[in-house]
Design a protein around this ligand. Structure first.
Ligand SMILES: CC(C)(COP(=O)(O)OP(=O)(O)OC[C@H]1O[C@@H](n2cnc3c(N)ncnc32)[C@H](O)[C@@H]1OP(=O)(O)O)[C@@H](O)C(=O)NCCC(=O)NCCS
Length: 244
């Protein structure tokens, strides 16, 4: 087991944040019982801890609960082979989609700060909504600063940004992966096809990509339906636990 600082999140929280990483086997459960309380007390009393545990491993969740952790979310990863990604069809309504430039970033940051309801931060009753919103704003701000991700795509209507899709490119097991890091639509423009247009646009570029991937929350029915309707299917899931 490792307890590693999350400096980016700590900067937004304004206090120390640590991620607890368990090994692949149950052999490290004992250390969790002893190491975690030692880590927390007395120096890290005000710290925020989080961890993600595969949903087929319930024993660590029990141990974590005994240390004060609580489940805030089940994160679902969905993927789609690029060869079977939905071929875009004309939608009734089309939106201009392009890589973000200039003031697009500020508009996307503003949407990020107002559209989320099901992130692990929004679902945690111990985290104020204002802080949960700020985390999403800072997430997208890091795209404008080029400190995270590879591209921020925006959907526009009448020149105004109405949605965004943040992309990370990665590689695993010899597969080139394009990941939807975050997607959000202005609450005033939701359910009008913006999210669908963004994901269709995204999966339309299959060049240098073997797999599309996205993570979402089990409570986020809208996004699950959106991804499934475009050919994505669930591959893995994780309990997400917090300790404040
Ligand atoms: C998820 C989200 C991006 C969808 O964007 P959207 O523009 O509202 O969605 P669309 O109008 O393109 O709808 C596409 C499909 O999504 C599903 N969907 C969208 N909103 C839904 C809702 N409120 N309830 C159930 N399904 C919904 C439907 O399957 C829909 O297809 P349909 O219209 O043929 O039924 C948007 O709701 C959003 O920004 N949510 C907050 C941010 C978020 O949770 N992001 C995803 C997690 S990382």
């Amino acid at each position: 087991m490792q307890i590693v600082p999350d400096n980016w999140l700590a900067g937004v929280f304004g206090r120390k944040v640590f991620r607890v990483i368990l090994e692949d086997t149950d052999g490290d459960l004992k250390p969790l019982d002893t190491v975690f309380p030692d880590h927390r007390a007395p120096g890290e009393n005000g710290a925020f801890y989080y961890t993600k545990i595969p949903t087929d491993r319930v024993a660590p969740v029990q141990t974590l609960a005994s240390c004060g952790f609580y489940v805030v979310d089940v994160n679902v990863t969905l993927s789609c082979e690029s060869s079977s990604a939905a071929t875009p069809l004309k939608t009734a309504r089309s939106f201009e989609i392009r890589a973000a430039i200039g003031t697009d970033f500020d508009q996307a940051i503003s949407i990020a700060g107002s559209c989320f309801r099901f992130s692990r931060f929004h679902l945690d009753p111990a985290i104020p909504v204002s802080l949960a919103n700020r985390i999403k704003e800072e997430w997208i701000r890091s795209y404008s600063r080029k400190t995270r991700g590879d591209e921020l795509w925006v959907a526009l209507q009448d020149g105004k940004v109405v949605g965004f899709l943040a992309e990370i490119r990665s590689a695993q097991n010899n597969k080139r992966i394009r990941i939807i890091d975050l997607i959000g639509v202005d609450p005033h423009f939701q359910k009008r096809g913006v999210g669908r247009s963004l994901v269709k646009f995204f999966v339309n570029d299959k060049s240098q990509c073997d797999l599309f991937q996205v993570g979402t929350q089990i409570a986020n029915v809208a996004s699950l339906r959106l991804y499934e309707s475009l050919g994505f299917s669930a591959t893995t899931s994780q309990y997400v636990l917090h300790n404040t």
